[in-house]
Write a protein that binds this ligand. Structure first.
Ligand SMILES: *[C@@H]1O[C@H](CO)[C@@H](O)[C@H](O)[C@H]1NC(C)=O
Ligand SMILES: *[C@@H]1O[C@H](CO)[C@@H](O)[C@H](O)[C@H]1NC(C)=O
Ligand SMILES: *[C@@H]1O[C@H](CO)[C@@H](O)[C@H](O)[C@H]1NC(C)=O
Ligand SMILES: *[C@@H]1O[C@H](CO)[C@@H](O)[C@H](O)[C@H]1NC(C)=O
Ligand SMILES: *[C@@H]1O[C@H](CO)[C@@H](O)[C@H](O)[C@H]1NC(C)=O
Ligand SMILES: *[C@@H]1O[C@H](CO)[C@@H](O)[C@H](O)[C@H]1NC(C)=O
Ligand SMILES: *[C@@H]1O[C@H](CO)[C@@H](O)[C@H](O)[C@H]1NC(C)=O
Ligand SMILES: *[C@@H]1O[C@H](CO)[C@@H](O)[C@H](O)[C@H]1NC(C)=O
Ligand SMILES: *[C@@H]1O[C@H](CO)[C@@H](O)[C@H](O)[C@H]1NC(C)=O
Ligand SMILES: *[C@@H]1O[C@H](CO)[C@@H](O)[C@H](O)[C@H]1NC(C)=O
Length: 369
């Protein structure tokens, strides 16, 4: 006999794997969401060889493709009559959905971003003017062949959500979520409604106090790792120095930029799904972040952000992660991606995925996509 709760969970997991090339969600606040198109045109990454092995720079600068794919994004409040599959809808039908927001590739506050070079470029949109505590549906349509991907679901935060979206950081490609920082001070209130970029932080206006230690750590790690004969001496049959550095970057970014959770009842995943890894935070900050003058709840980083460094890096770096069941649960989400009990990779439940508007831990990497 298989318990019905397990069947329900299986159904959810199977459903999830169907939406491979869907758009993805960065995060939301009470009125703004960050949404990405499916990926396209991965850049050529020359293989690194000894003795000219070069680690990725701390601040990579990639040249966007000259002829990118163009996508149009549709976002609307989820209701009973919202299309539930890309198969039984059309661009015309999406355009006609009540309350639909339509954003083309040339929309204001849209840009090309490279979250994961192996995956490819994505169009990023900041979607504004959303209502608080609302479940929205999003689809993306490729302009040339009109193929539809999605749906994904996004839940906006409630009106008293204290955090601000941070995105488009070349040194932290997976940071595109709400961080406990007060919003940027506005110099021109008249522009507040027109530019969402002004209501969020990018690398251009994020104060240096939030990034100084991170950038210094990345630089130091790169120097230390370079003392290894990368590409000549093999420390793992599976991993390279480049992957070690990328894993360290993802971990350092997830630790440096705590992610604010949605604590509303609406955001609690229904049974049989597990509860997310939440930790209430007050002024006491666990890192060097200037304290937010408010309490907030953190969505803890997935433990895999740490174990991936451990697995990907040479032993001499002595990188260690806290042990599940001992101390890990205080600072990380455990068991959502890997099975913590038996250490099996990718056997955790339900994953960090956010396609239905829920998040279990901050993956800060490409694992959940
Ligand atoms: C390494 O780079 C140097 C200088 O750019 C070049 O002369 C040399 O041929 C390169 N070696 C290899 C093995 O690619
Ligand atoms: C994207 O749009 C631009 C401008 O309209 C156009 O020049 C380009 O060919 C389009 N690219 C694709 C792949 O459709
Ligand atoms: C949509 O259609 C494709 C191809 O016909 C099929 O593989 C897929 O399972 C369908 N998806 C849904 C949700 O019906
Ligand atoms: C965006 O592109 C569409 C055609 O793809 C065009 O009709 C529209 O005027 C453009 N909008 C802006 C703001 O450039
Ligand atoms: C927000 O809610 C109002 C009132 O219910 C509705 O008219 C409006 O279309 C909604 N806006 C969005 C973007 O969902
Ligand atoms: C439509 O275009 C996208 C991006 O160019 C591609 O990934 C997809 O496979 C195409 N779909 C069809 C049905 O041709
Ligand atoms: C990086 O190394 C420099 C020089 O050793 C040191 O002063 C600095 O504190 C290190 N940065 C961090 C974040 O540990
Ligand atoms: C709204 O969100 C805040 C912060 O996330 C939380 O403390 C509060 O309980 C929420 N209020 C409601 C009514 O859910
Ligand atoms: C946080 O600390 C500041 C000063 O350090 C204080 O004014 C504020 O009341 C504190 N907030 C909370 C929620 O404890
Ligand atoms: C949003 O709506 C979809 C479709 O009804 C549902 O599957 C999903 O669980 C909802 N998400 C949240 C966070 O309520």
């Amino acid at each position: 006999m298989i318990p019905s709760s397990l069947l329900a969970l299986l159904a959810i997991l199977l459903q999830r794997s169907a939406a491979q090339d869907a758009p993805i969600l960065g995060d939301t606040t009470q009125s703004v969401a960050i949404v990405f198109s499916p990926p396209f045109l991965p850049p050529d990454i020359p293989p690194q060889t000894y003795p000219n092995y070069t680690l990725p720079p701390v601040q990579p600068s990639w040249q966007p493709p000259t002829d990118p794919y163009n996508y149009t994004l549709f976002v609307f409040p989820t209701t009973g009559s919202t299309p539930a599959s890309a198969n039984n809808t059309s661009p015309q039908a999406l355009r006609a959905v009540s309350g639909a927001v339509e954003l083309a590739s040339n929309a204001t506050d849209s840009s090309l971003v490279l979250r994961d070079p192996y995956e490819g470029w994505r169009r990023q949109w900041l979607v504004g003017g959303l209502n608080a505590s609302t479940n929205y549906t999003a689809f993306a349509v490729e302009d040339r062949n009109q193929s539809i991907t999605g749906p994904i679901y996004l839940l906006t935060k409630n009106a008293s959500f204290p955090c601000t979206l941070v995105h488009s950081l070349p040194y932290c490609p997976f940071v595109s979520y709400a961080v406990p920082i007060p919003p940027p001070s506005q110099t021109d209130p008249a522009q507040l409604d027109t530019s969402l970029t002004q209501q969020t932080y990018t690398a251009d206006d994020l104060p240096g106090e939030y990034t100084a230690i991170l950038l210094s750590s990345l630089g130091n790690f790169s120097i230390t790792l370079s003392s290894f004969a990368c590409g000549r001496d093999v420390y793992s049959p599976l991993k390279t120095c480049e992957e070690c550095f990328d894993a360290y970057r993802d971990w350092a970014c997830a630790i440096s930029f705590p992610r604010c959770a949605n604590t509303d009842i609406l955001a609690a995943p229904p049974a049989p799904l597990p509860s997310p890894a939440l930790m209430p935070r007050t002024n006491m900050s666990r890192n060097t972040f200037p304290p937010l003058d408010q309490t907030y709840t953190e969505l803890l980083p997935c433990i895999e952000t740490c174990t991936m460094v451990d697995r990907s890096c040479p032993y001499f770096l002595q990188f260690g992660c806290p042990l599940p069941g001992v101390t890990a649960e205080f600072s990380y989400g455990v068991g959502f991606i890997d099975d913590a009990e038996h250490g099996r990779q990718d056997a955790g439940v339900p994953g960090a995925a956010e396609e239905y508007g829920y998040a279990w831990c901050n993956s800060g990497s490409s694992y959940d996509y």
